[in-house]
Write a protein that binds this ligand. Structure first.
Ligand code: NAG
Ligand code: NAG
Ligand code: NAG
Ligand code: NAG
Ligand code: NAG
Ligand code: NAG
Ligand code: NAG
Ligand code: NAG
Ligand code: NAG
Length: 460
C-alpha cells in the first residue's frame, strides 16, 4: 500500500497525550507536539529539525529544536493544501527555507515549490514548465544555487491492452522530472519514464489499489513507476528512484538514456548480499571513474519499519538523520548506526514525507507576540511571549507600568524557555512589553505594548 491517501492510516504509536502546544499569545499556532525520547547531547549534531507533518490538526512546515521545542510554524490554517519537504536550501548564495505546497491526490500531489529567505518572506516559487501538469511533491532539490529538480506525475494516453487494461482511452502515469532555472522558470532538462522504462518492469499491477490506478482515466492513470527522488552529480547525470519498479536509475544528462539500473527486474548491476525494495531518497554521495557511492532509504530494511515515505540525510560528520515517513518519527545515528536521537510527534496518526536536520538562522520580520493577564486590577500579572521563527533570542526582558505610574519599568529578565517564555510578576502591570536579547546581550526586538487583560488565558 502506498502513501498519502488521506484518512486511511491509523497507527498504534503511543497515546495521544497532548497534540498541540498551548500558546496564550498565538492562538493561531497549533503545532504538533514533538516528544524527544533519546537525546544524547555529546553526540547529537547541532542543528534544528525540519518537518512538514500532515494528517494532523494543522498540517504545515514546522521547525523544532533538539529539545522538541517549536521554533517556527509556517501554518496559519488559511489553506487546505498540504506541505512537504521543508528544508534549508542554498539559493543565490544564502541559506533559504524551501518546501512544497499543494493538493494531495492519492499517492502524489500537484502544487509548487516555495522559497523563503531567513526573514520568512517568500522570494520565489517554482512550478513545472513546458505545459505539463503541476509539480508533484516527491522532489525538491536545489542544485548549483539557482536550479531546482522537481517531479511531475503526468498522465498520458497509453495502450494498456497487454496489461489487462483498455487499448483505447487507457492512461499510464509518466514519471517525469524537470530541471528548472528558478529565476526564469525555464526548463533546462526533462526526462520521462514512459520513454525509457517499460511498464512490465513494475511490481504494482494495474488496478492493484486506488493509489496505483486502474488506467481508465487521466485521474486514475496507472502509476507503474512512482518516481520519488532525483539527484544530479558533477558530471551532469541524474539518479532517479522509482518505488514501483524498486529500481534506481542513472540517467545521462546528455540524452536521457539509462546508463545503469540498480535493483528491480532487470538490474544491470549485480546486488551482492543485499537487496532493497520500494526505496526512497536515492542520493549521489561520492563518485570517481570507477566507484559510485549512493545512499537510499530502503522500505524493506531492518529496524523501525515504515510502510511508506521516509528519507535518509547524511550529515557532514557522517551521522545519518532519518525521517520515518508513515511514522511521525525522526532519528539520528552515528556512522556505525548507533542511535543518538529519537523523537516522535505525539499525534499518532500524523505522517511526514521527509525530515531533515540543518543549522538555521531565522530573523522574522514579525515582532514578538506578548500577552499579559491579571485576574483583576491589583492582581499578579503573568506574561507569555513568543517570536515565531526566531532562533537568536536567548533571553527576554519584561517591562510594565504600574497602577501608580505610566512609566515602563524593567521587571525581570528570563532565559528563553522554548517557543514560549512565561514570567509572573506579583504586582499588577496595566501595560507591558517584552524585549528579546541575543546570547551576547544585544537587544534584538520589542513586542508591541499590550494592555493587560482580565479575560482568562485560552486553555484547550
Ligand atoms: C538562470 O537564469 C538567470 C537569469 O536569466 C541567469 O542569470 C542564470 O545564469 C541562469 N542559470 C542557469 C544555470 O542557466
Ligand atoms: C484530465 O482530464 C480532464 C478532462 O479532460 C481535464 O480537465 C484535466 O485537466 C485532466 N487532468 C490532467 C492532470 O491532465
Ligand atoms: C534488460 O535490459 C537490457 C538492456 O540493458 C535490455 O536489452 C533487455 O531487453 C532488458 N530485459 C528485459 C527483460 O526487459
Ligand atoms: C532479499 O531480502 C529478503 C528479505 O531479507 C530475502 O528473503 C531475499 O532472499 C533477498 N533476496 C536476495 C536476492 O538476496
Ligand atoms: C575511487 O573511490 C574509491 C572509494 O572511495 C577508492 O577506493 C578508489 O581508490 C578511488 N579511485 C580513484 C581512481 O581515485
Ligand atoms: C514496506 O515495508 C513494510 C514492512 O516490511 C511492508 O509491510 C510493506 O509492504 C512495504 N511496502 C512496499 C510497497 O513494499
Ligand atoms: C551545524 O554547525 C555546526 C558548527 O559549525 C556543525 O558542527 C554541525 O555539523 C552543523 N549541523 C548540521 C546539521 O549541518
Ligand atoms: C524597546 O523599547 C524601548 C523603549 O521604547 C527602547 O528603549 C528600546 O531600544 C527598544 N528595543 C529595541 C530592540 O528596539
Ligand atoms: C490599551 O488601552 C488604552 C486605554 O484604554 C487604549 O487607548 C489602547 O488602544 C489600548 N492598546 C491596545 C494595544 O489595545
Amino acid at each position: 500500500m502506498d502513501v498519502f491517501s488521506i484518512g486511511s492510516y491509523r497507527f498504534w504509536f503511543g497515546l495521544i497525550l497532548r497534540v498541540r502546544l498551548i500558546l496564550n499569545q498565538r492562538p493561531d499556532i497549533r503545532a504538533p507536539v514533538m516528544e524527544v525520547t533519546l537525546n544524547n547531547d555529546a553526540f547529537v549534531t547541532p542543528g534544528y529539525i525540519f518537518i512538514a507533518p500532515y494528517e494532523t490538526e494543522l498540517p504545515g512546515p514546522y521547525i523544532y529544536d533538539s529539545g522538541g521545542n517549536l521554533v517556527w510554524s509556517g501554518a496559519d490554517g488559511s489553506t487546505s493544501e498540504l506541505f512537504h519537504d521543508l528544508q534549508v536550501c542554498p539559493y543565490e548564495g544564502f541559506d533559504h527555507l524551501c518546501y512544497f505546497q499543494g493538493n494531495q491526490i492519492e499517492g502524489y500531489a500537484r502544487g509548487r515549490s516555495i522559497i523563503l529567505n531567513n526573514d520568512y518572506e517568500q522570494v520565489a516559487t517554482v512550478q513545472s514548465g513546458d505545459g505539463l501538469t503541476l509539480s508533484d511533491m516527491h522532489e525538491l532539490n536545489i542544485i548549483d544555487d539557482t536550479l531546482i529538480l522537481i517531479a511531475i506525475y503526468q498522465p498520458r494516453p497509453y495502450d494498456l491492452q497487454a496489461y489487462g487494461g483498455p487499448a483505447v482511452n487507457g492512461w499510464a502515469m509518466d514519471g517525469v522530472f524537470q530541471e528548472i532555472n528558478i529565476t526564469t522558470g525555464e526548463v533546462l532538462f526533462q526526462w520521462g519514464s514512459l520513454e525509457h522504462v517499460p511498464l512490465s518492469d513494475t511490481y504494482t499491477p494495474l488496478g492493484l489499489n486506488p493509489v496505483v490506478g486502474d488506467g481508465t482515466s487521466n485521474a486514475t492513470a496507472w502509476d507503474y513507476f512512482h518516481l520519488n527522488s532525483i539527484d544530479k552529480n558533477d558530471d551532469g547525470d541524474y539518479l532517479v528512484s522509482s518505488r514501483h519498479t524498486s529500481c534506481i536509475y542513472k540517467i545521462s544528462g546528455q540524452d536521457g538514456s539509462i546508463q545503469w539500473r540498480l535493483g528491480g527486474k532487470n538490474s544491470s548491476i549485480q546486488l551482492l548480499d543485499y537487496n532493497f525494495s520500494a526505496q526512497h531518497d536515492a542520493r549521489f554521495l561520492e563518485e570517481n571513474d570507477t566507484v559510485t557511492i549512493i545512499s537510499l532509504f530502503d522500505n524493506a530494511s531492518n529496524g523501525l519499519l515504515s510502510t511508506s515515505q521516509g528519507n535518509l540525510q547524511l550529515l557532514s560528520n557522517q551521522h545519518a538523520f532519518i525521517g520515518w515517513g508513515a511514522h511521525p518519527a525522526v532519528s539520528e545515528h552515528t556512522s556505525d548506526g548507533t542511535p543518538v536521537f529519537f523523537a516522535t510527534l505525539t499525534d499518532p496518526q500524523s505522517m511526514n514525507y521527509r525530515a531533515f536536520r540543518f543549522n538555521w538562522t531565522g530573523e522574522p520580520t514579525d515582532d514578538p507576540a506578548l500577552r499579559t493577564y491579571a485576574a483583576a486590577p491589583g492582581s499578579a500579572t503573568t506574561f507569555w511571549v513568543s517570536w515565531n521563527g526566531d532562533t537568536e533570542a536567548a533571553s527576554w526582558m519584561f517591562y510594565g507600568t504600574t497602577s501608580d505610574s505610566d512609566q515602563f519599568m524593567l521587571l525581570a529578565k528570563a532565559d528563553r524557555q522554548g517557543f514560549q517564555t512565561t514570567y509572573t510578576s506579583t504586582n499588577y502591570h496595566p501595560q507591558a512589553y517584552a524585549e528579546a536579547l541575543s546570547s551576547d546581550g544585544t537587544a534584538l526586538r520589542n513586542s508591541s505594548v499590550v494592555n493587560t487583560t482580565s479575560s482568562p488565558p485560552s486553555v484547550d
